[in-house]
Design a protein around this ligand. Structure first.
Ligand SMILES: [Zn+2]
Length: 497
């Protein structure tokens, strides 16, 4: 949400492009701040570019950096607004003044992080017809209710995960702005659905559709996807047809990944750019997960029962090649994206202090500065942690202790799968997933990958499925996945002769 929208009770969403694009500078000039994150937004900007201008010999250089940062943030804002407007036009969603019926319903997966809150802010600024936000919240103690509407805010009976806290506040402010809007008719209020699940509910309800969508049993691809699956399923139950997600913001603008903060790039900005440029063009699995939901039941026992063509359509503004990917890769550098001087302060908990530490990783600066939201300066959290699934190792503990697989059974099965199928198992979690995979796929088959005999170098060393030149096997988590004997022959390029 833009600071302009918070600035007074008479504020209203920006109603035209010029206002929206100019909002960044205008909000920085505002002296009236209602919320701590607005203060943090202002202060972080001052920390990055402040100083005694008249007495500072580096004032001109600093001003130049400030201008560049402002330009990039404005550009990110403009492009995200353009993306939302294009989406609205594409879907032919009815605007607040339209009376024509529309069969499409737009929602957002709202984790309460920098990216999804920026998209929510862009929806408000462009008066998008957004009908629902969905947040997944994992807690070790089930509260007896699966899906709870957020009518009274977070439950007082438990400590909600950080994602839920940030998301609730973001939606509350979004709806406050609508209620205070002076435009007529008002845009619709945003429904917020919080999917509250215990680890058992998350694993038992969503492992099967996740594996059906992705055709893997490794934990690297399934764990985070369980949470996305739960959110997408709720969207489908709410009648949402189109869902906005923040995919690729981290990859594009230097967020979350440890590799982006490696000290070696301090003297190798081109190396950082090559790394980023490679990661920012990788595909996401979100649409595959969404394809499962729509017309089919979750009770399917075979992969074919999950095949449908009327699933949710996922919209990922930050993967748009023209609006975001090409532009960001050509324009932004390591120092544009990463707070290399460690001047910014981040908040690790909702209502917590804004602090800086030696290991603080602050990336995505152009996106953080593009919109002043409750999460603009939130510490980066993977959804696995922010959703609460990592709290107290809740999910890991469930996999280790509550799947009904004893140590003796696991060891015996580990040996059997290795001997009979050439499949290595690292954990009970993998065994649980593998059994579901085998049930869904009528054994060890894959829709597109061939399976080779045990020991065949064309197959993954730990599951025998076709591995090509990959070093990591998405099916089984093996790394390195190549047979030692085949590494040289596969990485040596064939001669042109
Ligand atoms: Zn494998």
């Amino acid at each position: 949400m833009s600071r302009a929208n918070y600035a007074s009770n008479n504020s209203r969403p920006d109603s035209d492009q010029k206002k929206a694009e100019g909002g960044l500078q205008r909000t920085r000039n505002s002296m009236h701040r209602q919320h701590p994150w607005e203060e943090a937004h202002e202060q972080n900007h001052c920390r990055r570019f402040g100083g005694d201008a008249d007495a500072d010999a580096d004032a001109a250089a600093r001003q130049e950096k400030k201008n560049r940062a402002n330009t990039l943030a404005s550009e990110v804002r403009r492009r995200l607004l353009a993306s939302i407007r294009t989406l609205e036009q594409t879907l032919l969603l009815e605007g607040p003044s339209s009376s024509s019926p529309c069969t499409r319903k737009l929602g957002i997966l709202l984790s309460g992080g920098v990216d999804s809150c920026a998209i929510l802010a862009a929806c408000q600024a462009s008066q998008a017809n957004l009908v629902a936000a969905v947040t997944v919240s994992i807690q070790a103690e089930p509260d007896g209710e699966n899906n709870n509407r957020d009518d009274q805010g977070p439950s007082l009976l438990r400590t909600p995960p950080q994602d839920e806290l940030y998301a609730c506040e973001a939606v509350r402010l979004y709806n406050t702005n609508i209620n205070n809007a002076t435009t007529s008719p008002h845009p619709k209020l945003l429904e917020h659905s919080i999917v509250r699940l215990s680890p058992a509910q998350l694993i038992e309800h969503y492992t099967k559709p996740t594996i059906a969508a992705l055709h893997v049993w490794g934990y690297m691809d399934t764990r985070n996807s369980l949470i996305i699956s739960a959110g997408l399923h709720e969207c489908s139950k709410l009648g949402i047809t189109d869902i906005l997600v923040g995919d690729n913001a981290d990859e594009l603008f230097g967020g979350s990944y440890d590799c982006y903060f490696d000290a070696k790039y301090g003297t190798d900005p081109e190396g950082w750019k090559r790394k980023r440029d490679g990661m920012a063009r990788l595909p996401f699995v979100t649409q595959k997960l969404a394809d499962v939901y729509g017309t089919t039941s979750l009770e399917g026992t075979n992969i074919n029962t999950y095949t449908n063509t009327l699933g949710l359509t996922v919209h990922q503004p930050f993967t748009d090649p023209t609006l975001f990917v090409d532009w960001a890769l050509q324009t932004t550098t390591r120092t544009d994206c990463i707070d290399v001087a460690k001047t910014c302060r981040l908040q690790s908990e909702y209502t917590g202090p804004y602090t800086t530490t030696s290991n603080t990783k602050c990336g995505k600066l152009p996106l953080r500065e593009a919109f002043c939201t409750v999460a603009s300066w939130r510490q980066m959290d993977w959804i696995f942690r922010g959703s609460g699934a990592e709290t107290g190792d809740a999910l890991i503990q469930y996999y280790a202790n509550s799947l009904g697989i004893s140590e003796a059974e696991f060891v015996a099965e580990q040996q059997r799968y290795k001997t009979e199928e050439g499949i290595g198992l690292q954990s009970k979690e993998q065994l649980y997933n593998l059994r579901i995979y085998a049930t869904l796929h009528d054994g060890f088959y894959h829709p597109t990958k061939q399976r080779y005999p045990i020991g065949d170098p064309r197959g993954c060393i730990s599951c025998c499925f076709e591995i090509g030149d990959e070093q990591f096997c998405h099916l089984c988590d093996a790394y390195p996945a190549q047979h030692p004997s085949s590494i040289n022959s596969k990485t040596t390029k064939p001669s042109l002769a």
